[in-house]
Design a protein around this ligand. Structure first.
Ligand SMILES: [Mg+2]
Length: 258
């Protein structure tokens, strides 16, 4: 059970990670809050020239051992990265596309998500600022623009999950309902069992609750997790202050590999 009681404990002050040797590394990274700053709405994040250059340089230096591991839908990740990243885990691990672009998706039972979607849309229609996002195997209820709706949103999600045999995924200003299935840690384990990742040291960068399983998986395989931002507690062994610091750290790894 992860507790927030020790938020300011000295043990939660994590060191910055060393610059990784990319010729030994398999790199996994979340998108929002990690490679891209959080925006008011998910659609506000789009293709970005400096991020594109960094991702292209990383992919080259890593000989393709780079995967995006995000809660977004696969189509949305491809939109943001302009189809330049082959290996992607989407919807928190429920959908995975490997380096050969072979797709693995968790089967979605008929009914439960449709019923949840109807209820969440009706709820959002009565609460200005709430945004419902249908991701296929998950539905996100974003309350970033309606913070006062957080308690009611989370309560509704919990009740729907219990009634419909779905799982709740808490996040930064969002609560989601998802079908049971693989999480981000499972996705990293699956990538690490395959070419070109197998045999390399996994490093995972993430920021949110959903990334904790990824930190755990990377560390169990002899690598490490890096939390981006101030959220604590965490299983990650290292921390970087924000998205800018994460991008600088990645760029330094690229430069060191030249
Ligand atoms: Mg994130």
């Amino acid at each position: 059970m992860i507790s927030t009681a020790h938020r300011d404990a000295p043990g939660d002050v994590l060191p910055a990670p060393m610059i990784p040797q990319l010729d030994r590394t398999a790199l996994f990274a979340d998108l929002d809050g990690t490679l891209a700053p959080i925006e008011a709405t998910p659609q506000a994040v789009g293709p970005n020239a400096s991020r594109r250059r960094l991702i292209d340089a990383l992919t080259r230096a890593l000989s393709g051992r780079f995967a995006v591991v995000s809660g977004r839908s696969l189509a949305d990740i491809d939109r943001v990265f302009e189809n330049r990243v082959a290996a992607v885990a989407a919807v928190h691990g429920l959908v995975r596309r490997n380096a050969e672009r072979k797709l693995f998706a968790t089967a979605v039972g008929e009914g439960a998500l449709t019923a949840a979607l109807d209820t969440l849309r009706a709820f959002a229609a009565n609460h200005a600022g709430l945004l419902v996002e249908d991701k296929g195997s998950a539905i996100a209820l974003h309350y970033r623009q309606s913070p006062a709706s957080e308690p009611a949103s989370r309560t509704l999600a919990r009740h729907l999950a219990a009634d419909l045999a779905l799982e709740v995924q808490e996040g930064d200003m969002v609560v989601e309902l998802r079908v049971p299935g693989p999480d981000k840690g499972d996705a990293i384990n699956a990538f690490m069992a395959e070419s070109p990742f197998a045999g390399y040291v996994p490093v995972f960068l993430g920021d949110d609750f959903t990334d904790e399983s990824g930190f755990e998986a990377a560390q169990a395989l002899g690598g490490f997790g890096v939390i981006v931002g101030a959220r604590r507690p965490t299983l990650a062994k290292y921390a970087l202050a924000d998205v800018a610091a994460a991008r600088t750290w990645l760029q330094r790894a690229v430069d060191a590999a030249r």
